[in-house]
Ligand binder design. Structure first.
Ligand code: GDP
Ligand code: MG
Length: 161
């Protein structure tokens, strides 16, 4: 199954969340981070960066042949991105639910995209979609030394040890 391939134990599952340039321009970084904090996940990596065409092509390798890829590249390289690694039990799947459907028109209210966006080309945030995807993307976006291994004081109250 999905889990057995992983090197990390379940409670240390990690995912890449990135606030896209529209989210940064619109001052949504704090509100998006707050949702992950209040849910109980642990922040283990954080940086602001200008995404290069090369990084984006590797990140979105599954989309490179799509007709919208050039406009996706323009959008994603148009301004700063805030990239984060969040850790915790089932964080990949739970994050996808918190972020909502790729197309904001189908995203439920209460999700990031459902609350803050209206069009698929400006959907505010990225979230890894699988264990394999998360591991690949975290390695692509972060160096090992940029990820902190720390124990948060509430962790025995958010998940069974
Ligand atoms: P995600 O995992 O929910 O972000 O969705 P995908 O991995 O399928 O697509 C990655 C990103 O490409 C989306 O979040 C959108 O920003 C963008 N995208 C996907 N489909 C379309 C489309 O039809 N048109 C445009 N302009 N962008 C798209
Ligand atoms: Mg995706």
């Amino acid at each position: 199954g999905l889990r057995s391939k992983s090197s990390l134990p379940d409670v240390r599952e990690q995912t890449l969340i990135a606030v896209k340039p529209d989210g940064v321009h619109r001052r949504l970084v704090g509100q998006i981070m707050q949702r992950f904090e209040q849910r109980g996940f642990k922040l283990v990596g954080l940086k602001m960066l200008q995404v290069s065409e090369d990084l984006l092509a590797q990140h979105y390798c599954h989309l490179r042949t799509k007709p919208f890829y050039p406009s996706l590249q323009d959008y994603m390289t148009s301004g700063p991105v805030v990239a984060m690694v969040w850790e915790g039990h089932n964080v990949i799947q739970t994050s996808r639910i918190m972020v909502g459907h790729t197309n904001p028109a189908e995203a439920q209210a209460g999700t990031v995209r459902g609350d803050f966006s209206i069009h698929v080309s400006r959907n505010v945030v990225h979230a890894s979609d699988s264990r394999e995807g998360a591991e690949r993307e975290i390695q692509l976006w972060f160096q090992g030394k940029e990820l902190l291994n720390w124990e948060s004081c509430d962790q025995t109250f958010t998940c069974e040890p």
